[in-house]
Design a protein around this ligand. Structure first.
Ligand code: SF4
Ligand code: SF4
Ligand code: FES
Length: 252
């Protein structure tokens, strides 16, 4: 692999609502480098390719192993985790690497966005198993191995935002909750304790902004780093929501 310098073209924004601008940086190539390690080099020496000393580029990362989702950004126009974006794979011949923040979330600064809407949606759909007090409750109901196998892939969501970024139905004029939260409705409604609050979750994704707003373009499935069957989840939740709409008065 040629040890030529790496050029990164980075979209910058000094704060929420501020103008955006681009800056170009060059860092020395090192083996096994990823986008985060290249950003760390820029942080150590925040000087542009033109020789201007600037404020260090701001980004987020925590786990560095594609588990927390905090480092998600646009890398060469594709939404993904920057910690698993290996430099040799994305720029094998020293191509310029273009970095920008996700566009479906408010920018906090540079490559950092505010994903609060996703966490608010998890509250809206009660993405948890309710506990009645803090005293010992004993073992919960047993879960069939088939259900465990079905729910494990759904539980891998890290709230990274890739699916919302790719979804054409998620935009500033829409109230669509998006695939990640709908998948969590399916996950918790399959849980033997969680299903006690299934109707509450379904109510949260019925009507405008809910599962029915999905256009089934499957963009979300293509970008999900955890390969979660999001369209299957949306279809399953949509069916359950329709059933509840038609027969809910009988079931409540
Ligand atoms: S469903 Fe996939 S793409 Fe969407 S937030 Fe979860 S892990 Fe990310
Ligand atoms: S399948 Fe539905 S949720 Fe997924 S990208 Fe398309 S419209 Fe969005
Ligand atoms: S730092 Fe956690 S996913 Fe990249």
């Amino acid at each position: 692999m040629p040890a030529q310098p790496i050029t990164l073209e980075i979209k910058r924004q000094d704060g929420p609502g501020q103008r955006t601008y681009w800056q170009s940086f060059e860092v020395a190539w090192q083996p096994h480098m990823n986008v985060v390690s290249a950003l760390m080099e820029i942080q150590k020496h925040p000087v542009t390719k033109a020789g201007e000393r600037v404020t260090p580029v701001v980004w987020e990362c925590v786990c560095l192993e594609e588990v927390c989702g905090s480092c998600t950004m646009l890398v060469n126009g594709r939404v993904r985790q920057s910690c698993s974006a290996m430099i040799d794979a994305i720029a094998p011949n020293g191509e310029t690497i273009v970095l920008g923040p996700m566009t479906k979330f408010p920018v906090v600064r540079d490559l950092v966005v505010d994903r609060s809407r996703m966490f608010d949606d998890l509250k809206r759909i009660a993405a948890w198993v309710h506990l009645d007090g803090s005293h010992a409750l004993g073992p919960g109901p047993r879960q069939a191995p088939e259900t465990q196998e079905a729910t494990y892939p759904l539980s891998r969501c890290m709230t990274c935002g890739c699916c919302l970024e790719a979804c054409p139905e998620v935009h500033s004029q829409s109230s669509f909750i998006g695939p990640a939260a709908i998948n969590q409705v399916r996950l918790f409604n399959l849980h033997p304790s969680g299903e006690m609050h299934a109707s509450e979750r379904l109510d949260a994704v019925m009507g405008p902004g809910g599962a029915q707003d999905c256009g089934k373009a499957q963009n979300c499935v293509k970008v999900c780093p955890k390969e979660i069957p999001l369209v299957d989840s949306i279809a399953a939740v949509g069916r359950a929501a329709t059933k509840r709409m038609l027969l809910g008065w009988l079931l409540d």
